[in-house]
Design a protein around this ligand. Structure first.
Ligand SMILES: NC(=O)c1ccc[n+]([C@@H]2O[C@H](COP(=O)([O-])OP(=O)(O)OC[C@H]3O[C@@H](n4cnc5c(N)ncnc54)[C@H](O)[C@@H]3O)[C@@H](O)[C@H]2O)c1
Length: 389
């Protein structure tokens, strides 16, 4: 079996999730090449060295340029805030590396365009980490749709609800600043729903959107404590929140289906409710990340009198990815969505083919995010600009 050297930039939330998946993937799937965890990269030497030790990396770098210069690293994994994706991603592609990039692909459509152009020029393998596509239940939903089990799709109803900034005293971390995050709930979580919608239903043709910032000022994060974008300590000084707290839009897909989308980080009690319901002419499908092993289905061709929603526990050996893990009913978790994603990425490397969602797919999601911002500003129906020129 051959090996591929991995270099990971970022060591906090996604740094941990990705390290775990790189460590686990060859334990469950027959991957060739198998990943070798060469180096993790961060700017703070002490914290990066500690992360390397805890997360299972052979070594570390404190400057991503040094990571890119290494011949023993062939794949670079970008798990840093959105304002760095274009710079690091393009440099990695120019250094001839395969690149996995966290979502959303970039902070602006222009940056995303530059990343697609660099990827085309490099000819290496690229992928965006929209990991929820690879929950087995979401893959089953895709199969059922393709088999025609729910007929012609009429409605996609997607919501991504969180509550971690409901306290007005939660400080301004990078996720609450436009210059680092690009946008708020929109790019952070609506992006996932948009990717799922386009994966399951198809391209969005036009939309009408609104964005809202309810809490306009918050304490500034203290430099001494830092913290991840989801946890931080507050200082006495207050600053302006420059991103949306919530995003909502209605849309038409190119195939004529209607979509409604809502994302907020201000929904008390909704910790991480990434969910969708799809209604077709012959049935419906429902999924919720907080119960990720389950797919609720309704089929109009079930016998009359026995019709109703039923819940499939998507852990059978016949289900996508599930057979690689445990016996039926032994459920999977959040982390397995990353393991499954990296399995497909390694297959892509072997076959010299970029697995979906590629940078071009990530660009299309970015075009929808961009259309949402333009529509919210103009209060007009707006079309995403998918053309790459
Ligand atoms: N796919 C998912 O489910 C998912 C979940 C959470 C976050 N994300 C995405 O992952 C990315 C990172 O988010 P996170 O939650 O891990 O954030 P985080 O704040 O927990 O970690 C960010 C990391 O990036 C490092 N970093 C920041 N700027 C850097 C720079 N200029 N050079 C090198 N390192 C730098 C930080 O030191 C830290 O290690 C974002 O794009 C986010 O949208 C994806």
């Amino acid at each position: 079996m051959s090996e591929i050297g991995i270099g990971l930039v970022g060591y906090k939330f996604m740094g941990r999730a990705h390290s775990n998946a790189w460590r686990q993937v060859a334990h469950f799937f027959d991957v060739d090449p198998a990943p070798r965890l060469r180096a993790i990269c961060g700017r703070d030497e002490q914290a990066t060295a500690q992360a390397a030790k805890q997360l299972g990396w052979e070594g570390y770098e404190t400057d991503y340029h040094r990571l890119l210069a290494r011949d023993d690293i062939q794949l670079v994994d970008v798990a840093t805030p959105g304002n760095t994706h274009c710079e690091i991603g393009v440099a990695a592609l120019e250094a001839g590396k395969h690149v996995l990039c966290e979502k959303p692909l970039a902070n602006t459509l222009e940056e995303a365009r530059r990343m697609v152009e660099a990827a085309r020029k490099a000819g290496t393998v690229n992928m965006v980490d929209f990991n929820y596509r690879r929950a087995p239940a979401v893959q089953l939903a895709k199969q059922l749709i393709e088999e025609g089990r729910i007929g012609e799709i009429r409605h996609f109803r997607g919501t991504y609800l969180q509550d971690w900034i409901v306290d007005p005293e939660f400080p301004i971390t990078w996720r609450l600043r436009r210059e680092t995050a690009g946008s708020g709930a929109l790019g952070d979580i609506a992006a996932h729903v948009i990717d799922l919608a386009m994966f399951l239903v198809g391209p969005i043709a036009e939309l009408s959107a609104t964005l809202k910032t309810f809490i306009k000022e918050r304490p500034v994060e203290t430099a001494s404590t830092g913290g991840s974008g989801l946890q931080a300590a507050r200082g006495a000084e207050r600053g302006e929140v420059t991103v949306d707290d919530a995003a909502a839009f209605i849309a038409y897909f190119e195939n004529g289906a209607m979509g409604t989308f809502e994302a907020t980080r201000l929904a008390p009690g909704r910790r991480n409710r990434n969910s969708f319901e799809i209604n077709g002419s012959l049935g419906s499908i429902v999924w919720d990340l907080e119960r990720l092993n389950e797919l609720e289905v309704f089929f109009a061709d079930d016998p009359q009198g026995a019709q109703g929603f039923r819940t499939i526990n998507v852990t059978e050996p016949v289900h996508p990815y599930a057979g690689a893990y445990w016996p039926a009913g032994h459920i999977l978790g959040y982390e397995h969505t990353f393991v499954n994603t990296f399995k497909d990425l390694l297959d892509g490397v072997r076959e010299n083919r970029s697995p979906a969602p590629t940078f071009e797919d990530g660009y299309k999601v970015q075009a929808v995010l961009d259309a949402v911002e333009r529509s919210a500003q103009s209060r007009q129906w707006t079309k995403p600009e998918y053309e790459l020129s």
